[in-house]
Design a protein around this ligand. Structure first.
Ligand SMILES: *Cc1c(COP(=O)(O)O)cnc(C)c1O
Length: 818
């Protein structure tokens, strides 16, 4: 039985099957039993929420953390909840009576894919850590009707299918229609004079829609506290506007209904790429406005109508700039609805909101066209103008009216079309600005936000990302978790630094053998998965070299492919490698990202040629696993011997995939980028394979314009051969021109700011050398296993528990419930 719970899962299971679902145990389907089981577990979760809610109202000394994020990539919850509630034995005993298998039944749950990649998964790990550590927290986002698309591969090309994750109903959400709030759009800002003679503004003639919350309670491990993930669902207030209809405005008559219906339809499938779409701006305002009204309502329930201590009772973390409209929205509520003056409102807002930056790449920074924002949110636009005017006055005073500083730091970018720079807005207002790895924070301070660093150095801090070991070890790697717990106890589940104790087994060959057996089990599980999904057989005794993440040019899946083609050439030249290898890829491309989609096709075309060749396929196989998501990651990552983290130095803000691999005993083959640098620091240079140019070297080559990939192509025969094969249609003889754009982007900079903008050719030799070192080490399995053990033992820093404790200490300044 779950700790502090009177709920008997076995009784509840029968109750829910018979009464909630009105089904008989003999005639019900496995899916119905999945729901009955989920409802039974949910009963315990709901109890924990009731306790958490009590604490929220009793403990007024606890500041509540509000994590605003366009994405929460939570994955499946059934098994995660069973583990966190520590009821696995009870559930397994129950299922045995019905001749059911937990592993199979858990697969019936749809992944809640309410995110693209790392940013959304980070938000999910944070809620797990917040609940486990005992902090009061809310996550806010949109209840997207379709999650990230499902990817299939047809003829080697990515095809996108809708992800209708709610089609069977979703067992973990609780609708709370009575807590709905109204969100306004369009209209105009109307000035008036209040009874004290002050000029004030009213936002009038708006289109209004309802935001209805659906709550998912995120359990912590062995914790009585849950985090609340509040998903906002739009609903029309007025299905039909007769007044507009009478005036002949037929479109306006149904506008609100249409807006409500389209608002939550899609999650934009872009990762680290900005697209200035009006619907996206509406989505951002929709969930941010709903979240703020919710936060203020909660504050009033706890403290009464006075909001002057809002910044002491609540803190708002912006997960990138996507929720940055929280700034003008909170100002607007305080000024227009609560009657505060500018200075008092400003003081509350600037002490409530903190900003996490996630990227330094210009194509990912949000810049809204001013007319778009002004039309959709006229009052917010006016507030942003006022914030900017006051800020630029301060800049002028600080920097002696230096015009360049004023132009660069202004929230508005002047030009043909004026734009609103959301990173500038967030930096001006937030009391904290953090990057997500040490290198990334340094780059923010030195380049992207350097003027803001000069002005407000005290705002800047680093919070290196982390991942929850509950999902990324305990849940996804049963044999390794068991081995660790048998060896050092289960303290690591809530304190990952305890893994250090594993170092005592470094020279224990019995232990190393068991470690290798756990890896073997995971590799067999993945081999079975690949056989089922793709009908390809891969040999678990080969080295599994894995690169799984969103497909993006900066992540350099193409560099990996170039190297694989080179290995293929060597084998055909009679240079047989000493270690047979299986290269595994997975990842989605944004549907509109031509080059990334072409790279997926190239991987699949190379895979076909390699896997079909009887001489080559004894040494080399290539597999692209479709539909990478959290559940796929949980099968793929534990099976890796090598983790490929090969982004161009200075481009990957942190990475979290790198951490998941390390915790599961893979050795990293990577560049000095993002958190790879900190992995190197923890594990030591003998236990990682580092290659490639450093961030400063890349920056310098870019700045001076001295990089010449064509020169490398001419000089380096291996590279020339590989590129000529791609150019010449070697892998797609029926369509010989298919990959010309890849060749031309590397050598001529076609569709790009410069040739080979991510420095693949510059890093190729060093990458090849690192692969040779990998091969050599793998021949000595004992040494390999030691290094794998050291990677696990030294991964303690990369728990999101550590990250959350740092946010609490430096930014959120709150306390645990106990
Ligand atoms: C961890 C994770 C990511 C992030 O991976 P990176 O290698 O850090 O880009 C993306 N997608 C899923 C499904 C993940 O679990």
């Amino acid at each position: 039985m779950a700790k502090n719970s009177k709920i008997d899962i076995t009784n509840q299971f029968t109750y829910h099957l018979n009464h909630t679902l009105a089904e008989n145990k003999d005639f019900s389907t496995t899916l119905q039993k999945f729901f009955a089981l989920s409802y039974s577990i949910r009963d315990i979760v709901a109890e924990k929420w009731l306790r958490t809610e009590e604490i929220i109202h009793q403990r007024k000394d606890l500041r509540i953390v509000n994590y605003l994020s366009m994405e929460f990539l939570i994955g499946r919850l059934l098994y995660n909840n069973i583990l966190n509630l520590q009821v696995e034995d009870e559930v397994k005993a129950l299922l045995k009576k019905f001749d059911l298998d937990l592993d199979k039944i858990a697969l019936l749950e749809e992944d809640a894919a309410l995110g693209n990649g790392g940013l959304g998964r980070l938000a999910a790990c944070f809620l797990d850590s917040l609940a486990t550590l005992g902090y009061l927290s809310y996550g806010y986002t949109i209840r997207y009707q379709y999650g990230l698309f499902k990817q299939t591969i047809e003829n080697g090309f990515q095809k996108e299918m809708p992800d209708d994750w709610l089609k069977n109903g979703y067992p973990w959400e609780f609708p709370k229609p009575e807590e709905a709030v109204t969100v306004k759009f369009f209209g105009r800002s109307e000035p008036y004079t209040d009874e004290k003679g002050n000029i004030r503004f009213k936002w009038v003639d708006t289109y209004d829609i309802l935001a209805v919350p659906y709550d998912i309670y995120i359990t912590g491990y062995n914790s009585d506290i849950v985090s609340v993930l509040r998903l906002w669902h739009p609903k029309a207030i007025n299905e039909f506007n007769f007044a507009e209809f009478e005036k002949g405005n037929y479109e306006k008559a149904v506008y609100e209904k249409n807006l409500a219906e389209t608002l939550c339809k899609v999650l934009y499938p872009n990762d680290a790429f900005y697209q200035g779409r009006e619907l996206r701006l509406k989505q951002e305002h929709f969930f941010v406005s709903a979240a703020l009204q919710d936060i203020i309502r909660r504050h009033k329930r706890r403290f009464g109508n006075d909001l002057s201590n809002l910044h002491e009772s609540e803190v708002i973390q912006l997960n990138d700039t996507h929720p940055a409209l929280a700034i003008p929205e909170l100002m607007r509520i305080l000024l227009d609805e609560e009657g505060y003056g500018w200075d008092d409102a400003w003081n509350i807002v600037k002490n409530t909101i903190a900003y996490t930056n996630h990227t330094v790449m210009p194509e990912a920074l949000e810049k809204w066209e001013a007319p778009l924002l002004q039309n959709l949110l006229p009052r917010h636009y006016q507030i942003i103008e006022e914030i900017n005017a006051r800020f630029l006055k301060e800049v002028g005073e600080k920097f002696n009216n230096n015009l360049k500083k004023i132009i660069d730091m202004s929230i508005f970018e002047e030009g043909n079309i004026k734009k609103v720079r959301m990173a500038n807005l967030s930096s001006v207002v937030s009391f904290s600005i953090n990057g997500v790895s040490e290198l990334h924070t340094e780059i923010l301070k030195k380049s992207v936000l350097k003027d803001f660093y000069e002005m407000y150095p005290e705002k800047f801090n680093n919070k290196t990302n982390g991942v929850t070991q509950r999902r990324w070890l305990l849940e996804c790697n049963p044999p390794l978790a068991k081995l660790i717990t048998e060896s050092i106890g289960n303290g690591w589940i809530t304190n990952l630094y305890e893994l250090r104790k594993l170092e005592t087994f470094l020279n224990d060959s019995e232990f190393l053998k068991k470690l290798a057996e756990a890896k073997r089990w995971n590799k067999e599980r993945l081999a079975n998965y690949i056989r089922e999904k793709l009908d390809i057989s891969v040999d678990p005794s080969t080295l599994f070299d894995i690169q799984v993440k969103r497909i993006h040019e900066y992540k350099r899946q193409l560099l990996n492919v170039l190297h694989i083609i080179h290995l293929y050439n060597e084998i055909l030249d009679g240079k047989k490698p000493e270690v047979p290898r299986t290269f595994i890829f997975a990842g989605k491309s944004a549907p509109g990202y031509r080059m990334a989609k072409l790279i997926i096709k190239l991987i699949n075309s190379v895979a076909e040629v390699v896997n079909r060749n009887p001489i080559v396929n004894k040494h080399l196989k290539v597999v692209f696993i479709p539909n990478y998501n959290v559940s796929a990651a949980q099968i793929i990552i534990p099976a890796a011997n090598i983790s490929e983290q090969i982004s161009t130095a200075g481009t990957e803000a942190s990475g979290t995939g790198n951490m998941k691999f390390m915790i599961n005993g893979a050795l990293t083959l990577g560049t000095l980028d993002g958190a790879n640098i900190e992995i190197l620091e923890e594990v030591g240079e003998e236990n990682i394979f580092i290659f490639g140019l450093k961030a400063e070297e890349i920056e310098e080559a870019r700045r001076k314009g001295i990089y010449n990939p064509f020169g490398i192509y001419l000089e380096n025969e291996k590279i020339r051969k590989v590129l000529d094969m791609i150019r010449g249609g070697y892998f797609t003889p029926n369509e010989p021109e298919l990959f010309v754009d890849i060749y031309e982007s590397l050598l001529y900079g076609k569709h790009a700011p410069m040739p080979d903008q991510y420095f693949l050719l510059a890093d190729f030799e060093s990458y090849e050398k690192a692969h040779k070192d990998v091969e050599k080490l793998y021949l000595n399995q004992e040494e390999w296993n030691k290094k794998s053990l050291l990677n696990i033992a030294r991964s303690g820093k990369f728990s999101s528990d550590r990250t959350i404790e740092e946010y609490v200490r430096d930014i959120w300044k709150t306390k645990k419930v106990d």
